[in-house]
Design a protein around this ligand. Structure first.
Ligand SMILES: NC(=O)c1ccc[n+]([C@@H]2O[C@H](COP(=O)([O-])OP(=O)(O)OC[C@H]3O[C@@H](n4cnc5c(N)ncnc54)[C@H](OP(=O)(O)O)[C@@H]3O)[C@@H](O)[C@H]2O)c1
Length: 246
């Protein structure tokens, strides 16, 4: 049987968020796709429903307005996928307080804002929340300490939120991807050629012989949002091409 209900996906224009929107819509969910750039929120490859909403998830008033609009026009939120994320690559000695604040504002604070605004719908629907950490929390690399810390916070928050929201039958799980081809480093200022060279160089770290593609993660997102996972909450699931055993 096809899934149904409204799923809000942040970071929906590119990378893992975009592939998640398509996989969720293919599965029967109606998807509200959030990102700052509306032009990224189009051209999805699916017959299913995906509606784009321009929304900066760092702005609590904008999030409140956007979730209100989604609820009114599409219905109660039954799934929330917090895929918006940023990275600033830098050695610890170059980190400024503004760099710390900026990465936490998008990768952590905004996740809390999204959850709070979606809670009324999630309570009605006994919904499911999916957040994203990174394999760097287990297999660190240099120059990503603050980014990695934001994701460590997300893992801890996810476990606490799962415990707190379980009485409402709302589930919270965290996907822990390793290196997946996306826009995140390019949006951070890396040249596309340098990014491709980095992916090629880092292939050697993965026992399965390649870096990840967004679609490698999207199926797990759909599973965790759907009722197929209705007895799973409060866990972290790596999707890492075997990096954890490499
Ligand atoms: N790719 C990887 O290797 C990897 C590994 C581990 C974990 N992750 C995590 O997976 C998640 C998805 O990342 P991705 O790799 O797919 O990155 P991506 O392609 O860069 O996607 C992130 C999206 O977030 C949106 N975004 C950024 N700031 C936003 C804001 N303030 N408000 C609304 N949208 C915002 C961006 O679009 P706009 O700029 O248009 O808003 C962008 O489309 C992130 O949480 C990331 O940390 C990624």
């Amino acid at each position: 049987m096809a899934d149904s209900g409204v799923v809000v996906v942040t970071g929906a224009g590119t990378g893992i968020g975009r592939a998640s929107c398509e996989t969720l819509a293919d599965g029967g969910f109606a998807v509200a796709a959030l990102g700052r750039r509306l032009d990224r929120l189009e051209g999805y490859k699916t017959e299913g429903t995906i509606v784009g909403y321009a929304c900066d998830v760092r702005d609590p008033a904008a999030v409140e307005h956007c979730i209100g609009e989604i609820t009114e026009s599409m219905g109660d939120v039954r799934g929330l996928v917090n895929a918006a994320g940023i990275i600033i690559e830098q050695p610890i000695t170059e980190v400024t307080p503004a760099d710390i604040r900026s990465q936490f504002a998008t990768n952590f604070d905004a996740v809390v804002t999204m959850i709070v605004q979606c809670l009324p719908g999630l309570r009605h629907t006994h919904g499911s929340i999916v957040n994203f950490s990174t394999m760097l929390t287990r297999r660190p690399l240099p120059n990503a300490t603050i980014y990695t810390a934001t994701k460590g916070a997300i893992e801890a928050f996810g476990r606490g939120a799962a415990a707190e929201l379980a009485p409402d039958r709302i589930r919270v799980n965290t996907i822990v991807p390793s290196l997946v081809r996306s826009q995140i480093y390019i949006d951070a200022g890396m040249a596309p050629e340098a990014y491709d060279a980095m992916l090629l160089d880092l292939e050697r770290l993965f026992p399965l012989g390649r870096v990840g593609e967004p679609i490698d993660v999207a199926g797990l997102v759909r599973f965790l949002i759907s009722d197929e996972s209705s007895w799973i909450t409060g866990i972290e699931i790596p999707v890492d091409g075997g990096r954890g055993v490499g």
